[in-house]
Design a protein around this ligand. Structure first.
Ligand SMILES: Nc1ncnc2c1ncn2[C@@H]1O[C@H](COP(=O)(O)OP(=O)(O)O)[C@@H](O)[C@H]1O
Ligand SMILES: [Mg+2]
Length: 456
């Protein structure tokens, strides 16, 4: 019996390494375990707690945020999710109900439209969504907590890094902390971790004391029910939310896209950047309007008939059209762009604005989204389209681009969050003129007809 107990406690001791962190509130105290506890060691930089659903990631982040607000009077913090609506209903509610003791903070805007959480010591947490980032990030922040960081595109994340950079000055340095469920294997969170810019901690169900008893390591009655409902999920939801794996979503639109070569010798669609020979014709696809203006550059290797996507541009709407155009032209300096394609069927005004600012944006002759997607898929299938590995924005979009799954589990033909894939829209616009005409009139003719000068 003793041996058994020793072995159980021995194992437990292993599991509790690093030691649990206790955080005292005036009304309750939380204990944190595993990587949820390690989060509190990070006082500076970028750190994201990643893991399946219900492991205690959000509670740990919120507690960390609260502790920092108490520690550093006058702290300028932010609590952000992809959309304002989603943060107001989920995370904000957990914060006021579970983390901060009643009466300690004031909520500006009220519980229904919370804008700021104000502490007696002058610390403030701004609440907002990346669908309206100017408000929540109107000036420098010491700490930003991103809830469900996997929902953000790389550009939104990078925008946050420009606002939390150490200049706010109410604590030493800056901290960007976040939680996420696993996304696709091409996700920027994994890339940024690999590049050494971000620390990713891994939280598991064992770290949630409501699911596994922290002393005995035994699953609780409530835990059984909670894990049962997660284990009943299917497909990528099961993999991501129960097992914590980074996998492609159901209904993936570019499911042919490979980040790695296959064992039977099919190459990856991602390639290491190389200098593009100056005589290769190039085409730029532009998504001119929306929350972001986006552009992708494709170069055509006349020798092999292969296209390379070698550059991307994505900047928030808010810059003027001439600013975007100047930036895109600057990036294209010295390159022979023979065609600028872009805008949806209704975006004629955007095309006129682009033309007036210096880029003759042509309306794609095929406007159906699925027809464009089909052409990109054809190119992928025939190994005729490769993407430079440094184009992280579009790689992230590709991994997440998917159809909406209906309530009965069927795959619909509607695209999930369709309006957020700006770079992929640019890619569709760019391949349409290439795949429609170059067989019939030849890419050289296109170059003759549409080249607008190689000497930008
Ligand atoms: N360390 C903890 N102590 C007490 N309860 C916890 C702890 N971690 C998680 N919980 C409970 O589990 C619930 C789910 O945690 P949450 O942080 O929302 O999970 P996740 O963000 O990983 O999906 C919380 O609302 C809380 O009731
Ligand atoms: Mg959560």
């Amino acid at each position: 019996m003793d041996a058994l107990r020793d072995s159980i406690f021995g194992k437990l001791a292993d599991r509790l390494e690093p030691p649990a962190v206790t955080v005292e509130n005036s009304t309750r105290s939380f204990q944190f375990y595993g990587d949820n506890a390690r989060l509190f060691d990070y006082k500076m930089g970028e750190v994201i707690l990643s893991g399946p659903a219900d492991t205690g990631k959000t509670i740990a982040c919120l507690q960390d945020l609260h502790t920092l607000c108490l520690t550093f009077p006058g702290l300028q913090a932010a609590m952000i999710r992809q959309t304002y609506k989603s943060i107001a209903s989920s995370c904000f509610e957990s914060f006021v109900k579970k983390v901060v003791p009643g009466g300690v903070v004031r909520v500006r805007g009220g519980d229904l439209r919370p804008e700021q959480i104000v502490y007696p010591n002058g610390s403030v947490i701004w609440i907002g969504g990346m669908d309206n980032p100017d408000k929540v990030l109107s000036s420098e922040r010491d700490v930003v907590y991103i809830n469900q960081a996997e929902e953000l595109g790389l550009k939104s994340y990078e925008y946050i890094t420009t606002r939390a950079n150490g200049r706010a000055g109410n604590m030493p340095g800056f901290l960007i902390l976040g939680d996420c469920n696993p996304g696709p294997p091409t996700h920027w969170i994994l890339k940024r971790e690999k590049a050494g810019k971000l620390t990713r901690l891994v939280s598991t169900h064992r770290d949630n004391p409501e699911i596994y008893d922290p002393l005995t390591g035994v699953i609780t009655e409530g835990g059984k029910i909670r894990l049962q409902s997660l284990s009943g999920l299917t497909g990528s939801n099961l993999d991501r939310l129960y097992k914590g794996l980074w996998v492609s979503p159901e209904g993936a639109i570019y499911e042919l896209f490979r980040t790695e070569p296959t064992v039977d010798g099919q190459p990856a669609h991602v390639v290491t950047p190389f200098p593009i020979p100056s005589h290769w014709p190039r085409i730029v696809g532009i998504d001119p309007q929306g929350a972001f203006t986006a552009a992708v550059w494709l170069a055509f290797d006349p020798g092999s008939g292969v296209l390379y996507l070698y550059r991307e541009y994505m900047e928030p709407f808010g810059k003027s059209t001439p600013d975007h155009v100047q930036e895109i032209i600057k990036l294209s300096k010295g390159e022979s762009i023979f065609y600028w394609a872009g805008g949806g069927p209704t975006e004629n005004q955007a095309r006129v604005d682009f033309l007036n600012a210096g880029i003759p944006l042509m309306k794609p002759e095929v406007t159906d989204v699925w027809a464009g997607i089909d052409r990109v898929n054809q190119l992928l299938k025939s190994n005729a389209l490769y993407i430079f590995s440094n184009c992280e924005g579009i790689l992230g979009e590709i991994g997440d681009y998917r159809r909406i799954i209906g309530a009965d589990g069927s795959v619909t033909d509607k695209i999930h969050n369709k309006e957020t894939y700006h770079l992929l829209d640019g890619l569709r616009y760019a391949v349409i003129p290439l795949t429609s005409t170059f067989e019939t009139i030849g890419i050289e003719d296109l170059a003759e007809n549409y080249r607008i000068g190689a000497d930008y």
